[in-house]
Design a binder for this molecule. Structure first.
Ligand code: SF4
Length: 63
């Protein structure tokens, strides 16, 4: 699974981190940090997180 975040679109409010906190988190500067290795076995949650993103900043390829 390849997870790409468009940081130019990301608003840093963390909807994705609420849905899949093991994969998406915000650092101290509210910049999104992705842990793709944690996404193994969580394809459904990652897809839900991408859908939850209000600006469609998350792209997911593969499974
Ligand atoms: S939901 Fe989208 S805009 Fe919000 S922090 Fe996550 S990637 Fe960024």
């Amino acid at each position: 699974m390849k997870i790409t975040v468009d940081h130019g679109l990301c608003d840093g409010l963390g909807q994705c981190a609420l849905v899949a906190p093991e994969v998406f988190a915000l650092d101290d500067e509210e910049r999104l940090v992705v842990a793709p290795e944690a996404a193994r076995g969580s394809a459904g949650k990652v897809a839900a997180a991408a859908r939850a993103c209000p600006v469609r900043a998350i792209s997911v390829e593969g499974s």
